[in-house]
Write a protein that binds this ligand. Structure first.
Ligand code: ZN
Ligand code: ZN
Length: 241
């Protein structure tokens, strides 16, 4: 019986010899470390968060000064979520990668981004449930998949956690938020998210692709906390500067 895993290993290495794994972002052959989520050139292109950033919402600070204080926005309006984890800065390469992921789905990219999320989120965080930021039904029909759900699934598979696919829903369609100020965004999102049932899990990790002003995360977090969650953490791929 012991021979079977060996035979499987052999077949697998043979397969890899003829079909070497490729970087899901740029298509280049992944050379050495297969556990790497992307090729080294793609990974090197991403800008990580600077050391100086808000410890709560991860907003990067200009300059390299003391990074232990909260940002102005978190001081003025303390968010309901406990902390934002981010893979990197939402600029240049990471912005392109997220765009590829969002608008022309590339095979395997969700797995790679899930691995990056796994590296970004505190390993000792005791998470009960992973919740993706939902899309409105209409938007889902246009795009055919919810990028946040794909990320949530990829992350949860690595951490062996449950994903709530239909706990939180978006009941109203909202316009594109890019042109709106932080205040307008928050107003735009009032009453937009709803829970389908009560939350029985205490610690929730909310997942989205990008965090800009945090208005979406805040709106979802408030609904989850009101529905029974004790604490909500947020994890995103890109944190807008
Ligand atoms: Zn690459
Ligand atoms: Zn902040």
């Amino acid at each position: 019986m012991g021979g079977f895993p060996k035979a499987r290993q052999y077949l697998l290495s043979l397969f890899k010899l003829f079909f070497p794994p490729a970087c899901p972002l740029c298509g280049h052959t992944l050379s050495n470390n297969e556990s790497d989520p992307l090729c080294s050139a793609c990974l090197a292109g991403f800008n990580s968060l600077p050391d100086a950033h808000c410890p709560l919402c991860s907003l990067p600070f200009a300059g390299t000064s003391n990074s232990s204080h909260l940002c102005g926005r978190c001081i003025a309006h303390s968010p309901s979520y406990a902390k934002v984890y981010a893979v990197g800065l939402y600029d240049q390469s990471l912005r392109r990668a997220i765009h590829q992921f969002k608008f022309n789905r590339k095979v395997g990219l969700d797995r790679s981004l899930g691995k990056l999320l796994d590296r970004a989120v505190d390993r000792y965080l005791d998470i009960d449930l992973v919740v993706p930021v939902p899309l409105h039904r209409k938007r889902l029909q246009q795009r055919s998949y919810n990028q946040a759900l794909l990320l949530a699934r990829a992350f949860a598979r690595i951490r062996k956690l449950p994903v709530a696919t239909d706990l939180l829903i978006k009941i109203c369609e909202t316009e594109a938020q890019q042109e709106l100020s932080a205040k307008e965004r928050a107003k735009n999102l009032q009453g937009v998210f709803k829970l389908q049932k009560e939350v029985s899990e205490s610690t929730i990790l909310l997942i989205d692709d990008v965090l800009t002003t945090g208005a979406t995360a805040e709106a979802c977090s408030q609904v989850l906390l009101a529905g029974g969650a004790k604490v909500v953490y947020v994890a995103v791929i890109g944190r807008a500067p």
